[in-house]
Design a protein around this ligand. Structure first.
Ligand SMILES: Nc1ncnc2c1ncn2[C@@H]1O[C@H](COP(=O)(O)OP(=O)(O)OP(=O)(O)O)[C@@H](O)[C@H]1O
Ligand SMILES: [Mg+2]
Length: 149
C-alpha cells in the first residue's frame, strides 16, 4: 500500500489513522533515509494518542517512553546502535512490555518485520530538494490485516 504525504498536515492525518488502530505489542517500524520524516510521523502518532507538549527526538537518548497514553508507547531511534545486540542490552524487551513500539532505523536493531504485529512504513522523499512532500510504502503484518490504517 502506498500513501501520499504531500505536507505536514498529511503526516498528522496519517499518524492519527495509525494511532486509532494501535494496540500494545505492536511495532510501527519507520524506515527511510536522514530527514525522510520518521520523527515527524512518530510525533503525529504520539500526539494523536493524547500526548500534549513536547516530543523530543530520541536520537541521543535512543528510547523515550510515554506511559500515560491509551496505548503506552516506546519511541526509539536505533540509528546510533552499532550492533543489533545492543537493543537487548538497553533493555528493549522490558520497555516493550505492555507497550507499542515506534521504531526509527529498525534495521539497526535487527528489524521487526518477522513480527506479526509489525506495521512497516518506509518514507520516501518525493522530488529533489526534500521540500516536496513524502510518500509512505506500507507493509502490514498479519495482525494488521484486519485493521489497516
Ligand atoms: N510530508 C512531509 N512534507 C514536507 N516536509 C516534511 C514531511 N514530513 C517531514 N517533513 C520535514 O522533513 C524534515 C525532517 O523530518 P524528520 O526529522 O521527521 O526526519 P527523520 O526521518 O526523523 O530524520 P532522521 O533520520 O535525521 O532522524 C522536517 O523538517 C520535517 O518538517
Ligand atoms: Mg528522526
Amino acid at each position: 500500500m502506498i500513501v501520499d504525504l504531500p505536507d505536514l498536515a498529511a503526516m498528522d492525518v496519517f499518524g492519527a489513522r495509525i494511532a486509532a488502530k494501535l494496540q500494545p505489542g505492536d511495532v510501527v517500524a519507520l524506515s527511510g533515509g536522514l530527514g525522510a520524516g520518521k520523527t515527524t510521523l512518530a510525533r503525529a502518532i504520539i500526539s494523536a494518542l493524547g500526548h500534549e507538549g513536547e516530543v523530543p527526538s530520541p536520537t541521543f537518548t535512543i528510547v523515550e517512553t510515554y506511559d500515560h497514553l491509551r496505548v503506552p508507547l516506546v519511541h526509539a531511534d536505533f540509528y546510533r546502535l552499532e550492533h543489533p545486540s545492543e537493543a537487548e542490552e538497553i533493555g528493549l524487551d522490558d520497555y516493550r512490555e505492555g507497550a507499542a513500539l515506534l521504531a526509527e532505523w529498525p534495521d539497526h536493531a535487527g528489524g521487526f518485520s518477522h513480527e506479526a504485529t509489525c506495521l512497516e512504513i518506509t518514507l520516501q522523499t518525493v522530488g529533489e530538494n526534500g521540500g516536496e512532500g513524502r510518500r509512505a510504502v506500507v507493509n502490514a503484518g498479519e495482525a494488521w490485516q484486519s485493521r489497516k490504517p
